[in-house]
Write a protein that binds this ligand. Structure first.
Ligand code: NAD
Length: 337
């Protein structure tokens, strides 16, 4: 099945159509809707803040993070006081029908859902089933296991909706989501994600949102190394960095790392490389996504020729340049301006 860009259809329709979808969703059974958010980190915090600002005042939002200070901060900064701090993921699920999570790694998602599913949940507050939308980047295998447990528990669905756009997109509410869910759930999921993002891609059944995300990030991991190597080569051969970028980006060597996120300082104003590789997409996150892609490729029996080399490049780069944007691979190669 081909992916469907849901936001395109929504944006092409009148803004009234989108509002109607939201209203229909949030006032089901003429009762105010109940929302939950678990994981208030670099991505989850601004997403939950945007969600609270966009849902109607009468809707409740219940939040949880192991880090209590992020809950206190959101409680004081949120646009509405209809926001409740929970003591556990389980309490979020008990008090909400629509629950979004943004957690670091597979083990965090597993532990949160072990807590939520420890015993049977009370009936949802609305007439609809409970919906869990997990935006964490984890492996599709873990996601499918959790989805099955949720389904077996009854009266609930778990879908994967990993995101791209980084913390800048999370702040601005312009994220892109890649969703793995049954067709009939999409009409419910789209308006929710559009409150935190600008694009929603439906990739197929549960788990395929993550497969799409990991396939994209695998290509990104490789393209980033290729761009860094090409710049290093050209500059050592005596070519001016900007002239080389102009050539690459109008020829067949062009990629997102060569054009949007070039690894050589000064080639593009405001790129992470031009501010000492600060901000951007951290080298540790790239390493993590690559590892997840390798795990998922093993499961599918897909041959990856460049994966192990790329993995060692990011591991070594992280040792020397932890916390920096992943284009810092250029420095690890010995690249200079
Ligand atoms: P983060 O580490 O900043 O935040 C994760 C939050 O989860 C933290 O606040 C942490 O305290 C909380 N947490 C950990 N265990 C928990 C538990 N058991 N119960 C409740 N809360 C718990 O991570 P992030 O950057 O917000 O990323 C979240 C997910 O989104 C990751 O899977 C990441 O790969 C993905 N992602 C991140 C970016 C990015 O640029 N940061 C971009 C796209 C996707």
């Amino acid at each position: 099945m081909s992916a469907t860009l849901c936001s395109f259809a929504l944006r092409r329709s009148t803004s009234g159509a989108l509002r109607a979808a939201h209203r229909h969703f949030s006032t089901s059974a003429s009762r105010d809707a109940s929302w939950g958010f678990i994981g208030l980190g670099a991505m989850g915090y601004p997403m939950a803040k945007n969600l609270r600002a966009k849902i109607p005042e009468g809707d409740s939002l219940t939040i949880y993070d192991v880090n209590t200070s992020s809950m206190d901060k959101l409680s004081s900064e949120a646009s509405s006081k209809n926001l409740h701090i929970a003591k556990s993921p389980r309490e979020v699920a008990e008090k909400s029908d629509n629950i979004i999570s943004a957690l670091p790694e597979p083990q965090h998602v597993k532990s949160v859902f072990n807590d939520i599913l420890a015993s049977s949940l009370p009936k949802p507050l609305s007439e609809r089933s409970r919906l869990f939308i997990d935006c964490s980047t984890i492996d599709p295998i873990t996601s499918r296991e959790v989805a099955k447990k949720v389904k077996d528990h009854g009266d609930a669905d778990f879908v994967d909706a990993p995101m791209s756009g980084g913390t800048v997109g999370a702040d601005a509410g312009t994220l892109t989501f890649m969703v793995g869910a049954d067709n009939e759930l999409m009409a419910r999921i789209e308006p929710i994600l559009m409150m935190m993002g600008k694009k929603v891609w439906h990739m197929g059944v549960q788990g395929t949102g993550l497969s799409g995300k990991l396939a994209n990030n695998y290509a990104l991991a490789i393209n980033n190394i290729a761009a860094a190597e090409a710049f290093n080569l050209g500059i050592r051969w005596g070519i001016n960095a900007k002239a080389l970028a102009d050539l690459l980006n109008s020829a067949t060597g062009k990629s997102w790392p060569s054009e949007v996120n070039p690894p050589v300082p000064g080639v593009k104003e405001n790129s992470p490389s031009s501010r000492d590789y600060q901000g951007g997409f951290g080298v540790s996150l790239m390493k993590k996504d690559l590892k997840l892609a390798i795990t998922a490729a093993d499961e599918a029996g897909a041959k990856l020729v460049l994966a192990e080399v790329a993995r060692s490049v990011y591991e070594e780069t992280e040792k020397e340049h932890k916390g920096k944007d992943f284009s810092v691979v250029y420095r690890w190669l010995g690249g200079k301006e």
